[in-house]
Design a protein around this ligand. Structure first.
Ligand SMILES: NC(=O)c1ccc[n+]([C@@H]2O[C@H](COP(=O)([O-])OP(=O)(O)OC[C@H]3O[C@@H](n4cnc5c(N)ncnc54)[C@H](OP(=O)(O)O)[C@@H]3O)[C@@H](O)[C@H]2O)c1
Length: 263
C-alpha cells in the first residue's frame, strides 16, 4: 500500500475525468485533496463530497490555471487550510480538434491558449508549490501529458506540441527540483469519456474505440480515468527512486497496431 495517508495534494482540473478519479483514489487511501475547477462548480462539489465520504478533508477551489492571480490564490488557499503541500498534479488541459493536415484551421490564438494552460500553467503551478514542498522536506509533481506529446498525434498539432513541451519540461524540472521534489509524467492514450466524445463526435469516437479494441496489444477500447489515476498515485507517493520519467498509459496504443483516430 502506498504511503498516502495525511498527504495534501492539489489536482488541477479535478471536477471530472482523470482529475476527479485521481482525487477520489487519493481520498480512498487517506489523502487530503484540493479539488480545482474553472467553471463546473456543481461537479467539483460532488467530487468533494465523494472524497469526504472517505473521512478526509477536501478543499474546493475555483481557479483558472491559465491565470497567474488564480494560480497563486489556489496555492495560498491550500496553505491556509492545510499548512503544507506534498503533491501537485498538473492535470488541467485544453485543446482544439483540428485535422493535422489542415494547417489553416489552427490559429496563432489556438497555440497561445493551449500553451497558456498545458505548458505555462503547469510550470507556474510547479513554481508556486516549490517553496512549500521544499519547506516540508519532500514533494512530488505529476504532469498529465499524452501519447500525443510522444508520437505527434492527437486532437491537433498545437495540442501534440504542447504535450511534447510538457514532457521536456518534466526533464528540466526533475533535474533542478531534486533532491526534495520528484517530477514525473503520465502520458494517457485514448481515455473513455466526454473529452474525446465531445471533441471527436460520437460516430468517430465509437469507431476509434472499436478499432482500438481490435487492433491494440491489450485489446481494450480505450483506458478509464481510473487506469490513469492508478499511475498518477504511484508516481506521486510510490516510485521513490524515479524522477524525470514518462509513463505511456495507453494499453499499448503507442505500439501502433491500430489507427489512433479513425477517419
Ligand atoms: N481524455 C483523453 O483521452 C486524454 C488523453 C490524453 C491526455 N489527456 C489529458 O488529461 C487531462 C485531463 O483530461 P480529461 O480527459 O480528464 O478531461 P475532462 O474530463 O474534460 O476534465 C478537464 C478538467 O480540467 C478542468 N479545467 C479545464 N480548463 C481549466 C482551467 N483553465 N483551469 C482549471 N481547470 C480547468 C475542467 O474543469 P471545468 O469544467 O470547471 O473547466 C475539468 O475539471 C488533460 O491535460 C488532457 O490533455 C486526456
Amino acid at each position: 500500500m502506498l504511503p498516502i495517508k495525511d498527504t495534501v495534494t492539489i489536482v488541477t482540473g479535478s471536477s471530472s475525468g482523470i482529475g476527479a478519479a485521481t482525487v477520489r483514489m487519493l481520498a480512498e487511501n487517506g489523502g487530503h485533496v484540493v479539488i480545482n475547477y474553472s467553471k463546473s462548480a456543481a461537479a467539483a462539489n460532488q467530487v468533494a463530497e465523494d472524497c469526504r465520504a472517505f473521512g478526509v478533508e477536501a478543499l474546493v477551489c475555483q481557479a483558472d490555471v491559465g491565470n497567474e492571480a488564480d494560480r497563486l490564490r489556489l496555492v495560498d488557499e491550500t496553505m491556509k487550510k492545510f499548512g503544507r503541500i506534498t503533491g501537485l498534479v498538473n492535470n488541467a488541459g485544453t485543446t482544439v480538434f483540428v485535422d493535422h493536415a489542415n494547417l489553416g484551421g489552427l490559429s496563432e490564438d489556438d497555440f497561445h491558449k493551449i500553451y497558456g494552460l498545458n505548458v505555462v500553467g503547469a510550470f507556474m503551478m510547479t513554481r508556486a508549490c516549490e517553496p512549500h514542498m521544499r519547506a516540508g522536506g519532500r514533494g512530488s509533481v505529476v504532469n498529465i501529458s499524452s501519447v500525443a506529446g510522444v508520437m505527434g498525434v492527437g486532437s491537433s498539432i498545437a495540442y501534440a506540441a504542447s504535450k511534447g513541451a510538457l514532457n521536456t519540461m518534466t526533464l528540466s524540472l526533475a533535474r533542478v527540483l531534486g533532491p526534495e521534489i520528484r517530477v514525473n509524467t503520465v502520458c494517457p492514450g485514448f481515455v473513455i469519456g466526454e473529452w474525446l466524445k465531445q471533441g471527436m463526435g460520437e460516430a468517430r469516437y465509437e469507431a476509434t474505440r472499436e478499432a482500438l479494441a481490435k487492433g491494440t496489444a491489450l485489446h481494450k477500447p480505450g483506458g478509464t480515468a481510473e487506469d490513469m489515476a492508478e499511475a498518477v498515485l504511484w508516481f506521486l507517493y510510490g516510485a521513490r527512486h524515479i524522477t524525470g520519467e514518462f509513463l505511456l498509459t495507453d494499453g499499448g496504443q503507442h505500439l501502433g497496431q491500430a489507427p489512433l483516430i479513425a477517419r
